[in-house]
Ligand binder design. Structure first.
Ligand SMILES: Cc1cc2nc3c(=O)[nH]c(=O)nc-3n(C[C@H](O)[C@H](O)[C@H](O)COP(=O)(O)OP(=O)(O)OC[C@H]3O[C@@H](n4cnc5c(N)ncnc54)[C@H](O)[C@@H]3O)c2cc1C
Length: 465
């Protein structure tokens, strides 16, 4: 690679870089550059790829230049915004980092927003709430809008307004060979179908237009109960959600708070069973819905309250600082005692590598979208299991993978056989890819991959083969 001089804002530094740099507004970063390690870092520290080259893209033109360059240099392409989702390592590839592409333009009248590929949900939430509107973010405002949405996107307004993917009106993307393409119901509608649930395999999304909703205040939070009551809490939760209107999206969680300073002192090292939820209807009705829990047994901690939707991240209060984690999950068809029992036994009765086991209530508006309307699969499944643990060492990861496999094996009669690919990672995401979709939808996605990326240059998304 030739040596050139890069003009930065402060200094002229002799950095080795590619001819690509001259064509970009953003930056090319190569191994050895002091910016290399921070730029390749993911939120999930279990991913530690060493890309051949990193492009910190500033805009769509940079993404297109980088994609074309990757083709000429015979490099695989990978894309990252925040590094929350790890489907395939960017090892040896040209990694396009979109985190500087943070355009957020809101059309208040039309209740839509144009979101750049590098925006995080928290940034979109703040701007949309300022004009009385809400996006369909998930439990963590730190997650990237585009990666989350391409995989489906199930959040606290999910049962009322559906998946984030169902609220996309238009995508702008750059194909693996560097072409700019738009996809909507009227333009490249096949691609539009595939991008809504098909993951980031079909192209590099540079921006998208999404629908927004008139939600400013919700009744939400978490009730903490002692783990000794977990069996009863699961049984009550099951009955609670049967009658729940779509305005309530909720989950039940088994949580082992690790004994680390990051965790508040009153929770550190302790285990709980927790009921979480977000009610987006009239506040009084939300309060009445939670009342039976309070009447049954006073929670150890009761965080349910009227809150501005801008604070919705507080319901799950997920960590923002990078962590080494492993996640897995599966769609469930029911939550009988026979399913709750192994979950409780293996997650909170005695030491467990599982930090967090959550069953989310899906259905509602998610299941009312016709199954063929978008690539996203398993819409009809009512419940979604997520298991997560910390993986500071390879041994810890192995123990966790073994434990979660065993849990899923024991839960098998209560699983639909489908998976939510946003909640899987690495090897498992590749092996279970077909279980993310209806069989004909998967075949259609593979055809789309052949048309839009025939040489399989873009490798970081769901593994469509
Ligand atoms: C703490 C935490 C909370 C979560 N909560 C939820 C939740 O409530 N609901 C839910 O549905 N999911 C949730 N997820 C899963 C999350 O949606 C996925 O991990 C998602 O892939 C993260 O997207 P990202 O852009 O932040 O991550 P990144 O790691 O930057 O991207 C993940 C993948 O998305 C694709 N991608 C990203 N940007 C682009 C682009 N511009 N063009 C093409 N492909 C792209 C790529 O394949 C990339 O490998 C959560 C994950 C974590 C770690």
């Amino acid at each position: 690679m030739e040596k050139e001089f890069i003009q930065t804002s402060r200094t002229v530094s002799p950095l080795p870089h590619s001819p690509l740099q001259a064509r970009l507004q953003g930056r090319v970063i190569l191994p050895g550059d002091p910016a290399y390690d921070p730029s390749r870092q993911s939120w999930n520290l279990s991913a530690d790829p060493r890309p051949a080259m990193i492009v910190m893209a500033q805009n769509t033109a940079d993404v297109a230049e980088a994609a074309r360059y990757a083709g000429q240099a015979h490099l695989e392409l990978a894309v990252q915004s925040t590094g929350h989702g790890v489907y395939r390592s960017a090892e040896g590839s040209l990694l396009i980092v979109t985190s500087r592409m943070k355009t957020i333009r809101i059309d208040r009248e039309a209740r839509t927003a144009w979101i750049g590929a590098g925006a995080k949900w928290g940034e979109v939430l703040a701007k949309t709430q300022a004009v009385g509107l809400a996006p369909l973010l998930g439990s963590s405002p730190d997650v990237g809008v585009v990666g989350y949405t391409l995989g489906g996107g199930l959040g606290w307004l999910g049962r009322k307004y559906g998946l984030a993917a169902d609220s996309v009106l238009r995508f702008e993307l750059v194909t693996a060979n560097g072409q700019l393409v738009y996809a909507s119901a009227d333009e490249n509608s096949d691609l539009f179908w595939g991008l809504r649930g098909g993951g980031g395999s079909l192209g590099i999304v540079t921006g998208m237009e999404i629908r927004l909703y008139p939600v400013t205040t919700v009744y939400g939070g978490t009730l903490f109960y002692p783990v000794q009551a977990a069996g009863e809490v699961f049984a009550r939760y099951r009955d609670w959600i049967v009658a729940a209107p779509d305005e309530l999206t909720s989950s039940i969680v088994l949580m082992n708070f690790p004994p680390i300073p990051l965790v508040p002192e009153n929770l550190r090292g302790q285990s709980f069973v927790m009921v979480r939820g977000c009610w987006c209807g009239p506040i009084e009705q939300g309060r009445a819905l939670v009342q039976p829990w309070r009447a049954w047994r006073t929670p150890l901690i009761d965080e349910f309250k009227e809150m501005p939707f801008s604070q919705v991240g507080a319901i799950s209060d997920e960590p923002v600082d990078p962590l080494p984690v492993f996640t897995t999950g599966a769609w469930m068809n029911a939550l009988p005692d026979a399913a709750a029992e192994p979950l409780i036994r293996h997650c909170v009765q005695g030491p467990s590598p599982v930090l967090f086991a959550e069953v989310r209530h899906a259905g509602g508006a998610i299941s009312r979208v016709p199954p063929h309307a978008a690539a996203f699969g398993n819409r009809e499944a009512p419940l979604l299991l997520l298991l997560l643990g910390l993986t500071p060492t390879p041994e810890a990861r192995e123990a966790l993978v073994r434990q979660t496999q065993s849990i899923k094996e024991q839960l098998r009669p209560h699983l639909t056989g489908g998976v939510y690919l946003n909640f899987l990672e690495g090897e498992e995401a590749r092996q279970r890819i077909r279980d993310g979709y209806a069989p004909e939808a998967y075949e259609r996605l593979v055809q789309l991959k052949r048309s839009y990326d025939p040489h399989h240059r873009l490798q970081s998304g769901f593994a469509l083969k």
